[in-house]
Design a protein. Sequence first.
Length: 251
Amino acid sequence: MTNINENILIDAGLSDKQAKIYMFLLNNGMTNAKIISTKTQIGRALTYKILDQLIAMGLIEKRNVGKITLFFPSHPQVIKNLAEKRKQESSIASENLNSVFGSLASSYNLLLGRPNIQFYEGVEGMKKIYDDILETGQDIFLVSSPIEEGREEALHLIKEQIEKQVAQNIKTKAITPLGNQKTATDITDDEKYLITRKEIPSEKLHIPAQIIIYGDKVTITNFKEGIISVVIDSKYIHETFRKMFNYIWNH
C-alpha cells in the first residue's frame, strides 16, 4: 500500500524521494534525520536536502528537542492543496502555450522551409486573427468579399477591429467590389479609418472568400459556408499574394 501511496504523491507533484520520506514519517511519526536516512536508504546529505524541500513546501515540520532535531509530517490536506495549485498552474501554462503556439510552430516550420497553416472557425477564429494583426502592428492589404445576411456579428467585429487598427495607426489598402454589399463602415469614412480603397465592378471581383495580407501571413476567410478562416504563414506565399494585390491595384 505504501508504494501505491508514494506513486499517488509523485503524481501530485512530489519527487520519488520526497514521497518516500513523507510516507515514512506519516507511517512512523516524529523521528530524526539519521533514522529517516537509514530506513529509507537515502544518503544522509540528500536526506537533509529533501527534508529542507519538504519543510519549504509545508509538508513536514521540524522540532528541536534539546540538541536533537525531529521531523514530523503535516496533514495530507497540504498535499491536496499543492495538487490543486499545480493543476491551476498547469492550466495557465497550457493557455499561455496555446497563445504562442502559432508563433512557435511558425518559427519551426519556417526553419524547415515549410509554411505554417492554421484553421479557425466562426467569429472566435476571426478574433484570434484580428488580435494577431494588432500584435503584428503592420499595415494590411485587403481583398474583400460580400458578407451575407445574418452576419451582423461578423460586421460588428470587423468595425471594432478597424477602430483598434486606427488606434495603432495601422493603415488598410482595400480592394472591394462595387455593389450593394454590406460593409462594416461607411465608405465615406475611409479617411477617418485610414482606409485607401479601390473599387472594382462586382462582375469582375465577386469572390466568395476575403483575403487579408499582413506581416508574412495571408488570411483567407470564407463567409459562404459558415465562417472558416485559413492562415498561411509563409514569406514566399505572402510575397506572391502581395504581387497579385499590387497588380490588381495598379490596373
